[in-house]
Write a new protein. Structure first.
Length: 651
């Protein structure tokens, strides 16, 4: 270890939290959300340590300073407020505060009756040093030198002097944390959003190919449901070569539309729209109409090409060739996707490929799109995403990216660290109380992976919905929309309860990926009103806008799960019957302290789904849930105010 001035710092910063992989990746927050920082800081002996956080937006050079407050076990804490959109840099500086150390020692000597002239002169010298550093404290130094011992001692312990000296600290031997850390601040939609997936080509209603104008006519329905984001599968030209027929049939008929994920035809590739949907001007019109209703359009970006994509001819080096000279198509055995060519990210021309893919995002951002669902990002290199998403975020800090990656946990985590705002999860397959509780706790404590819960997708239809009936769809909807602050459904399939599976695969029959469907959104039995109420509850209750406060409460029935989310002014308790076929009863054991309640306190719960009111007392309370009536409660807690003899919102 080199002996330089930095080695003399006696304050040691052992750790700072949040810190992601030694500072390689940024933590995540949204505008309006404070960044709570903890630091483990020690100093030798009993001298007083001071510590601050320094922070600044990444594009600026001026640092802001925030004092850290010491707590138990040498853990120091502070919070950064008013973080701006974009990347933010922060670190920790700590040092021995010589004047505070002297003042504490002087107070002890004063109490013991042994403080005298020499101790006061020592304090005056420390003030002299602060004057040299620029402090206007000459008069203060003089007051420690002149007058009676009692007068000088009274001034020495005056809080005003301590405050003035704090403004001019001696940091010559300060220690700075070994890393400058980052937090990426996104807009609030990144932390709390409701997604609605819809195939534009199925919006006409008569079995013919829909257009952007037809989709525009569906916007009032999406608005009624209360979704923030309308997510569209790829809208680009679809290739003719090896086009798939219904249910992934290898042979397509002349009228089969093909898969939207087979991107590219003679009309163009990733920066063009399918001519049967309309023009780019029509898309711009759709985008403006959606924004007028406060709905964002999310585009599916799939980095792959059909054999007809212009890049296949223009840049054959961007694709992987087989020994016979043919281009390798996509496979997921036993599935074969002859209509899709993956890009070769190890191509010798990789820099041009990476830049071209980045420019796909840039193109759509320039048209006003700011939300993207990225198809299968786990099949592309992590370093590409680190570079690409940082490039886009630096240009468009309000851009959001959802990673559609059902893959290994650490790989999902790596994608989240690399810049994705939200992530698909294993929620689709977590069905038991034990599984849901364990998974919920795991996700709630993550600093980087923001979960987005989807009960189904066009690619995945789980077995528990095949035979569960309407109650299964409803209970999974409530779980998705309340356990996670981000969730989505694939509609209108989901609200209409479509449940006919394709034999042998975890997909729906008549899969919309390969054919145009006609949906009767006015049909009886739709969950549209339940969905609309759920989304209204989510908008009205701040507790549901985050996952950090998620807490599970014991029940004596394995088919009944109970959990809560809480802010200072809002408490929501959710109870769900996980069995779609039978009614279940349970005693719930609420953690009253965790909910801000006193032992044996009476309070009211208002079921926001069913609009019923119940009066509960203490920690142990009874529920009965029938799947026929409603498989779930979303309960708002209200405290009883005896002086006014009325209930009010819980505080």
């Amino acid at each position: 270890m080199q002996l330089d001035d930095a080695a003399r710092g006696r304050a040691v910063i052992l750790a700072v939290r949040p810190e992601i992989d030694g500072g390689r990746y940024p933590a995540k927050r949204v505008v309006g959300e404070p960044l709570e920082i903890e630091a483990d800081i020690v100093g030798d002996g009993h001298d007083v340590v001071r510590a601050i956080i320094i922070d600044r937006p990444a594009r600026t050079t001026a640092w802001r300073e925030t004092e850290l407050v010491p707590g138990k076990e040498d853990v120091w804490r502070a919070r950064l407020e008013d973080l701006q959109l974009g990347r933010h840099v922060y670190s920790v500086i700590a040092w021995i505060d010589a004047f505070a150390t002297w003042r504490r020692g002087f107070e002890r000597k004063l109490a013991a009756g042994v403080a005298g002239d020499l101790e006061l002169l020592e304090g005056a010298l420390l003030i002299d040093a602060a004057v040299v550093r620029g402090g206007d404290l000459c008069a203060a130094a003089a007051r420690l030198r002149e007058g009676t011992i009692a007068e000088r001692a009274a001034f020495a312990v005056d809080p005003g002097l301590a405050s003035a000296m704090q403004q001019w600290p001696d940091r010559d031997r300060a220690s700075q944390y070994r890393h400058q850390l980052e937090v990426r601040v996104e807009r609030p939609l990144a932390a709390c959003s409701a997604w609605y997936e819809l195939f534009p080509r199925s919006t006409r209603g008569d079995g013919k190919h829909g257009t952007f104008r037809d989709l525009e006519a569906r916007l009032p329905y999406v608005e009624e449901l209360g979704f923030d984001i309308l997510y569209l599968p790829p809208i680009h030209p679809i290739g003719q070569a090896f086009r798939k027929g219904p249910d992934n049939s290898p042979t397509a008929g002349p009228d089969d539309p093909g898969s939207p994920w087979a991107i590219g035809a003679k009309e163009g590739g990733h920066t063009e729209v399918h001519p049967e949907l309309g023009t780019l001007a029509d898309f711009d019109h759709l985008l403006a109409a959606a924004h007028a209703r406060k709905i964002e359009i999310a585009l599916d970006i799939a980095f792959q090409a059909s054999p007809d994509h212009p890049w296949v001819e223009q840049h054959p080096q961007w694709f992987r060739s087989r020994p016979d000279g043919s281009i390798q198509y996509a496979e997921n055995p036993p599935k074969k996707y002859q209509d899709v060519y993956p890009f070769d990210f190890e191509s010798d021309d990789w820099k041009a490929l990476w830049q071209a893919l980045r420019d796909v995002f840039v193109f759509w951002c320039e048209r006003g799109v700011r939300v993207f669902r990225v198809d299968n990002p786990h099949t592309k290199p992590i370093p590409f995403w680190e570079w690409c998403l940082r490039e886009i975020h630096d240009r468009y800090p309000d851009a959001m990216f959802l990673a559609e990656a059902f893959t290994r946990p650490k790989l999902m985590g790596a994608l989240a660290k690399s810049g994705f705002s939200q992530s698909y999860t294993y929620f689709t397959w977590r069905t038991t109380k034990l599984e849901l509780e364990a998974y919920g706790r795991e996700l709630a404590k993550s600093e980087v992976l923001r979960p987005n819960f989807w009960p189904t997708t066009p690619d995945i239809f789980p077995e528990h919905l095949v035979h569960g009936g309407r109650a299964a769809f409803e209970l999974r909807l409530v779980l998705a929309g309340t356990m996670a602050s981000n969730y989505g459904i694939y509609g209108p399939s989901y609200e209409l309860g479509e449940h006919d599976p394709r034999p042998g695969v975890e997909e729906l029959a008549r899969n919309e990926k390969y054919q145009i469907r006609t949906w009767d959104v006015e049909g009886e039995g739709s969950l549209r009103h339940v969905i609309a109420r759920l989304n209204r509850i989510r908008r009205e209750h701040i507790a549901l806008r985050s996952n950090r406060s998620l807490q599970f409460h014991p029940t004596d029935n394995d088919f009944v799960i109970c959990y809560s989310k809480r802010t200072q002014d809002d408490v929501i308790v959710v109870v769900v019957n996980l069995d779609p076929h039978h009614a279940h009863r349970a005693w719930i054991e609420l953690d009253l302290a965790g909910l801000g309640l006193q032992p044996d306190e009476a309070f009211q719960v208002h079921d926001l789904l069913g609009d019923a009111h119940y009066q509960w007392r203490g920690s142990r309370n009874f529920v009965e849930l029938s799947p026929v009536q409603a498989p779930a409660h979303i309960l708002e807690l209200r405290r009883f105010v005896r002086s006014e003899n009325q209930f009010e919102y819980f505080l």
